[in-house]
Design a protein around this ligand. Sequence first.
Ligand code: PLP
Length: 396
Amino acid sequence: MNGYQHLFIPGPTNVPEPVRQSMNIPMEDMRAPDFGDFVSGLLSDLKKVYRLQNGRVFVFPASGTGAWESAISNTLNTGDKVLMSRFGQFSLLWVDMAERLGLDVDVCDVEWGKGVPVEDYAAKLRADKSHQIKAVFATQNETATGVTSDIAAIRRALDDAGHPAMLFVDGVSSIASIEFEMEAWGVDLAVSGSQKGFMLPAGLGILGVSDKALAAHAKATMPRCYFSFEDMIKLNDTGYFPYTPATQLLRGLRCSLDLLLEAGMETVWARHKRLAQGVRAAVAAWDGCELVARGPEWHSDTVSAIYAPPGIDARDVISTAYYKYQTSLGSGLNKLAGRAFRIGHLGSLNPVMLCSAISAAEMSLRDAGAQIVPGSGVAAAQEHFRVTTPDMMQHT
Ligand code: PLP
C-alpha cells in the first residue's frame, strides 16, 4: 500500500526483476550431467567481467570476506611480510584479518578520505632490495568513505621497483561497477561478492586468481580447508564443486552476467560514472555538506559518503529517511558514525531512482535541522542527469 522501501545502501543492492525471477526455480541436482556445462560457462563469463584471459575465477558459497581469506590462505605463508594501507572500515578489517592469519603486516595509516598511498608504497618497494615483501594489498573502493584508489598506479610502482610481490585487490564494491582490468593491471588476486555490482543477494564470494598466484599457491603452506584452491580446481575443471553450491544464486549469477555482458563493461562503468556525478552535484549544492573523499582524484563512482553539516547528527538523517521516507541510506561506519551518511549508487539503478534517494536525504537533512535550500540537491542532480543521460529511443 505504501509502495516500496527504497534501498540506497552500497550493498546489498537492488536485484533486477529478471535476476530475481531467474532464482525463483525449483531445487536442482548439482551433480546432474548437464550442470557442469552450466558452471563452466559461468566461470568463463566471470573472467570477462574481471577482464582476465588467463588464471581462474573461483566462486565460494560465502561473502567477500570469505574470498579475502581464501586469497590469503592459499598463496601466502605464516610470517610473510605484506604491505597494506588502512583508510576506512573495510581496509581496516582486511588488515585485521591479515594479522589474525599470522602475516607480518607493514601498515600505512592514511587519513580517512584518501586512499592507497602509492608514493609510500613505491618508496617501500624500492627500499626492499631483498624482496621480503611478498604481497601488496589495495582496497580499490573503500565503501566506508567513498574513496577509489588507482590500482594501475600501484602496478606501475611494483614494475618501476622491479619488485615481484603479488598484488591483492579488494574489489568488493568496484568489480562489475567501475573500471577494473585484472590482467592489464597485473592484479594477482581480486576479491568481490555477489551483493554489489553483480546485483544479487549476498552469498557468493568471488575470487579472481592470476597464473602467478596459482603458482604461488603450489608453494604456500598456510593452513586452509573449506577455502582451499586445490579442492576447487579438481572439481571446477569439470564444472562441479567440492561441496553443495548455492544453485539458485548461480542461476541468478547467470542472469546478471548476461545483463552485464550484453550491456558491455565499458557501458556499465560509464553509467556508474554518470550516476555518481549526479549525486556529487547534489552534495555540492547542499550548504554545509561535503564528501568524505578529500578530492576529485579519490571520488568513488559507486558510493558517496557525505558529512552532515556541523551540529547535525547523521544518525538522525538516516533514521528519519528510514522511518519517515521509507528510504535506507548507508550509515557512517566506525569513526564516521554520527558524522556521515552514505548514498550507494551501484548496481541496478537509474537517474530517477537516484533522484528519489537525493530527495529523501534532502528532506531528512532538513528534518534534522540542516539549513539547506529545499530542492537544491535534487535540482542539481536533475540538471546533470537531464544533460548526460542517453536517450534510449536514439539507440533502438
Ligand atoms: N570490502 C569492501 C570494500 C566492502 O565494501 C565489503 C562489504 O561491504 C567487504 C570487503 C566485506 O564483504 P562481505 O560483507 O561481502 O563479506
